[in-house]
Write a protein of this length. Structure first.
Length: 325
């Protein structure tokens, strides 16, 4: 039974990966249209110093937005700031320290950002880890669940008031959360969100990405119920050649290299759907979407289950110490 629980998530993840690669072989990468200027807008991009996060930060800066790169590697973050400023000629790019694996760090980041009295129009929940060996966050959560999901859950909720105040009818603030096709193979066990009974990095990663989709849909329902000028959408970047794959086993690493050169998206291509979701006029006021390759797609069947959305939200509020309102 234990062996079955360990192997099944691995099989699911790699089958989904093959399906995505076939899709990327048959379909060209989404090409960004000309997007409107974002002058006067303020954006936070988690994990914005490398990979798709860097490309998202760079593109938003090129459109005139003030960009805050949030990450836990200060030297890397400051280097990314200088590079973006040099490439775009836009000096309103900065780095702020944020460790999503620490709930206290998330709270300190929000406190520091709010102390600057800036508005907030765009939040891109991009940072993440994949297939790491079993590890715990500062607060004792399984790392994939704690960093990929819970850290972003708390960050988003603590910034919601600013997003509400900064948006208005016809110009909503936007929350964009980067999920993954692996969420299709994710299974959410609310009684074992920490993967304590049987740890499998593949299953833990897929679960965290499913949790992000469930969270996005539940959040959008809450925003609509309140009439808030804020939209929340999830995006799937496809399979992108970034550092996320560094934890693959050696045989998989060797197999990946030639495949990645032929079939994987570049970080620029992978970031295109997130950038589009953040800035496109045609998505104004639209929320609760799951976008892949620039188009709205159906997410997994279980991601639409309202009771699962509600139960995860309630559980998450308990875990991070938020009221359930």
């Amino acid at each position: 039974m234990w062996l079955f629980s360990f192997i099944l998530p691995i099989i699911r993840l790699y089958l989904i990966g093959v399906k995505v690669l076939i899709d990327q072989l048959l379909h060209k990468s989404f090409t960004l249209p000309v997007l409107p200027r974002q002058d006067g807008k303020v954006a936070i991009v988690t994990g914005g110093a490398r990979g798709m996060g860097y490309e998202t930060s760079r593109h938003l800066a090129s459109l005139g937005a003030r960009v805050v790169i949030a990450g836990n590697e200060e030297e890397e973050g400051l280097s990314a700031v200088k590079k973006i400023q040099r490439e775009t000629g836009h000096d309103k790019v900065e780095f702020m320290y944020l460790d999503l694996a620490s709930l206290e760090s998330v709270r300190q980041f929000v406190q520091g950002f709010k102390a600057r009295a800036l508005p907030l129009h765009i939040l891109v929940n991009n940072a993440g880890v994949m297939l790491v060996p079993e590890r715990r966050t500062v607060d004792g959560f399984e790392l994939h669940f704690g960093l990929n999901y819970l850290g972003h859950f708390l960050l988003t909720n603590l910034l919601l008031d600013l997003l509400r105040e900064s948006g208005r009818s016809g110009k909503c603030s936007r929350i964009v959360t980067v999920s993954s096709a692996t969420h299709y193979g994710g299974r959410l066990n609310l009684n074992d969100l920490q993967s304590r009974s049987c740890y499998c990095s593949h299953g833990a990663y897929s679960q965290s990405k499913l949790a992000l989709v469930l969270f996005t849909y539940r959040l959008q329902k809450q925003l609509w119920a309140r009439g808030d000028p804020v939209t929340a959408n999830a995006v799937d970047p496809g399979m992108v050649d970034t550092d996320l794959y560094q934890n693959l086993c050696s045989p998989a690493q060797m197999a990946k290299k030639p495949v990645a050169r032929l079939l994987f998206r570049t970080p620029t291509e992978g970031a295109s759907t997130a950038i589009y979701t953040v800035a496109a006029c045609e998505l104004e006021g639209l929320g609760g979407l799951y976008l892949y390759n620039g188009q709205n797609r159906e997410s997994s069947t279980c991601s639409y289950e309202r009771h699962l959305q509600d139960d995860l939200w309630t559980k998450s509020c308990d875990l991070v110490g938020l009221q359930k309102a």
